[in-house]
Design a protein around this ligand. Structure first.
Ligand code: ZN
Length: 238
């Protein structure tokens, strides 16, 4: 993976202390020759990661340090008023397991096989937020090799992602999610799922959208053997 620990610590968006007035995103001057001008953002302070994320940053720093430009000539990174992130997740459905979507238990003859509670929607929302922040994905921050996360409620992961978002100086602009599953019908549970998602994110219902569709009875998604979800988020500097 190409992401480096240094990039985690250099990303200006991850520092709430960076100047509120955004510079042009594609300023050639800013990309090629950072100057000490007061109009430019100062070098950002490192993001304070949670203990769970810190180990990952340390591991990445060891591995990719040589690839990161350093020294006084390193270009100043752009200051972003907005950040977009995309998340995707898929789980196998197996008989006899509970089906939990967006923290809501859905009656069905099968559920998601996973190390945690297998909440496909919350997992991809977490990945979308982490992606927008330029952080490692959910599997790296909450590895399934760690028994600590066995059977964990995915609300834990969402709360952690929201905390990281706030620490980085961002808040949710809006979120759009799409569930893909053949069965059961999501419509009777949609508002409960959306309300719980709003609650977990601390967001107004008007900025959290949930859609659902079948997979036209083709492939594992259409044959009631798996369930997937996509999420796009827009984060705004606070
Ligand atoms: Zn998942």
């Amino acid at each position: 993976m190409a992401r480096t620990a240094s990039s985690l610590f250099l990303a200006p968006s991850l520092s709430p202390s960076v100047a509120a007035k955004p510079a042009p995103l594609f300023s050639r001057r800013r990309l090629l020759s950072p100057s000490p001008s007061s109009s430019l953002p100062s070098r950002p302070k490192p993001l304070s990661l949670s203990p769970r994320a810190t180990w990952q940053a340390a591991e990445l720093e060891k591995g990719d340090a040589a690839a990161e430009p350093a020294g006084p000539s390193a270009p100043a990174p752009p200051s972003l008023p907005f950040r977009v992130g995309h998340g995707f997740d898929l789980h196998r459905l197996e008989p006899g397991l509970p089906l939990i979507i967006g923290g809501v238990s859905i009656p069905h003859d099968r559920g998601c096989e996973a190390h945690s509670d297998g909440d496909v929607l919350l997992h991809c929302v977490v990945d979308a937020i982490l992606g927008a922040l330029g952080l490692p994905d959910i599997g790296q921050i909450f590895p399934d090799s760690d028994p600590k996360w066995r059977g964990a409620a995915s609300s834990v992961f969402i709360k952690e992602a929201v905390q990281l978002m706030h620490k980085a100086g961002y808040e949710l602009g809006n979120l759009d999610a799409t569930l893909i599953l053949q069965k059961p019908k999501v419509s009777p549970h949609k508002e409960a799922i959306r309300a719980n998602l709003c609650n977990l994110l601390g967001a107004h219902p008007s900025v959290v959208n949930l859609k659902a569709k079948t997979h036209e009875k083709v492939d594992s998604l259409g044959e009631n053997r798996s369930i997937a979800a996509h999420t796009v988020v827009l984060l705004m500097r606070r």
